[in-house]
Design a binder for this molecule. Structure first.
Ligand code: GLV
Ligand code: MN
Ligand code: MN
Length: 464
């Protein structure tokens, strides 16, 4: 691992020199004028110093995607894996190169702060995640971390001096891949006692405990995890830049989405157990097939979601495992993981109740044991703060970028940051709305637009 880490450091030093060289090449950017107007600072006349360094940012996105456990163009980067550790090193290095003072909390949420002229005021926070679900793409989350660091660079190059400190965060494990817990870092930051307790006994599919996995990544969890909790009001604002993960902005030719609310996600784990047996010898009337129980429940999930009558209700069985997994053995165990979401929390909860009733009915009719029905999380939706929406809206207007207010159907760390801080989100278009698959793509100019809007919004929030 040490040699891989030195390779990363070497490539980063190459990067840092490239940043300096290529700054000459970026084109004129309207951010210059706007920054002068709103910050009140005279911007020195080097036009290039204010531009988003689009090519460098794209190079960083590409470089980060190489820390993956599956071949390009797919990205797989799971919490506390070797690749995650390398990627974390990469982010810390970039934060350092941007002059941020870097710290990490006990679970590895990484913070990089630019101290403002009034450091006693609550800072403004921005960031996202870099973990990637199996066989996904290179933009989800990454744009909001690398883009945030670049937004700080844009502000620094402009001569802007923050009043409130500005801070970039890389959240630990937004994706639930390894331990089945989504937004693990931000849930803890928001003070989830329940999660703190749960993590003491959480193991992954290989039976590795959360604590051992964290130790592998360099985080020793012997301290009380409540050290991660943040007081409400620790930040004056939190804002996250992210790809839309839906098709609306691209289809409508709009540059920026301003998120007004995040849909309410829930996830459920279900286990059925039957007697299994020989696929040839056990006759059909004698079977209690745990696999068919799972299949029937998967169809019931779809039915209950559609019964809601709203296009906003969605449900997915993303994991379905059969044991022992042999063609000539009747499944004796099945395991399903169900994701269901809605912008209407009550309607989403009704779907969960119906899924539970169906699981009970199926277990009875198929004479299998429903050995687990566990609601892993059942989160409420979150609303963005008006003042952050307004700051983002005026940034778009000043930059002459088209924008649209929209809801986020995907969840984000913002959902949990909203519990302790005023929250807002900036979306950029992505190709055909693709996400969570290798084809995920955002055009460099769209990423650059997002960074500009983020930089201006951060500037405004820092001075407010
Ligand atoms: C986030 O990754 C989500 O599944 O919405
Ligand atoms: Mn994701
Ligand atoms: Mn994401």
């Amino acid at each position: 691992m040490a040699s891989k880490i030195s390779a990363v450091i070497l490539s980063l030093s190459f990067f840092s020199s490239f940043v300096a060289i290529s700054s000459q090449n970026d084109e004129y950017d309207p951010t210059i004028k706007t920054m002068e107007q709103f910050s009140g600072y005279q911007i020195h006349d080097s036009i290039s110093s204010l531009s988003v360094h689009t090519q460098n940012l794209q190079r960083q996105i590409d470089e980060l995607s190489s820390f993956s456990d599956t071949p390009a163009p797919s990205v797989t980067r799971v919490l506390y894996s070797e690749k995650d550790v390398l990627a974390r090193g990469y982010i810390k290095k970039l934060m350092g190169l941007s002059g941020l003072s870097v710290r990490e909390d006990a679970v590895g949420n990484i913070f990089g702060r630019w101290v403002g002229s009034q450091p006693e005021l609550a800072p403004v926070l921005t960031g996202s995640h870099i973990d990637a679900i199996p066989y996904s793409g290179k933009y989800d989350g990454v744009v909001g971390v690398l883009g945030a660091i670049e937004a700080i660079n844009v502000l620094k190059r402009s001569g802007f001096k923050p009043k409130r400190s500005l801070e970039v965060i890389m959240f630990t494990s937004e994706e639930p891949t390894r331990f089945g817990i989504s937004c693990l870092g931000s849930r803890l930051l928001a003070g989830s006692e329940e999660l703190k307790e749960l993590l003491k006994k959480t193991v992954d599919s290989q039976n590795i405990s959360f604590s051992d996995a964290a130790t592998f990544a360099g985080y020793t969890l012997n301290e009380d995890l409540s050290s991660v909790f943040l007081e409400k009001g620790s930040y004056s604002a939190f804002i996250e830049l992210h790809i839309e993960q839906g098709p609306i902005l691209e289809e409508e030719g709009i540059s920026i989405g301003i998120v007004t609310a995040i849909a309410a996600p829930a996830s459920i784990k279900v286990d059925f157990e039957g007697n299994g047996g020989h696929a040839g010898a056990v006759l059909m009337p004698k079977r209690n097939d745990a696999g068919l129980a799972a299949a029937e429940l998967a169809l019931a999930v779809e039915k209950h979601v559609l019964e809601s009558g709203s296009i906003d209700t969605v449900g997915t069985v993303g994991i379905l495992e059969l044991h022992p997994g042999a063609i000539n053995s009747i499944p004796s165990k099945s395991h399903l993981e169900i994701d269901t979401r809605d912008i209407d929390e009550k309607r989403r909860n009704l779907v969960i109740e119906k899924i539970h009733k169906s699981a009970l009915r199926i277990s009875k009719s198929r004479e299998v044991n429903l050995s687990e029905f566990k609601i892993v999380n059942q989160d409420p939706p979150a609303l963005s703060e008006d003042s952050i929406i307004e700051a983002t809206e005026s940034a778009c207007q000043e930059l002459k970028l088209s924008y649209k207010k929209m809801i986020s159907r995907a969840y984000h760390d913002s959902l949990f940051m909203a519990r302790i801080s005023p929250m807002g989100m900036i979306f950029i278009p992505c190709y055909k709305g693709y996400s969570h698959k290798p084809e995920e793509f955002a055009a460099p100019e769209d990423v650059a637009n997002g960074v500009k809007v983020l930089a201006l919004t951060l500037g405004k929030l820092s001075l407010s």
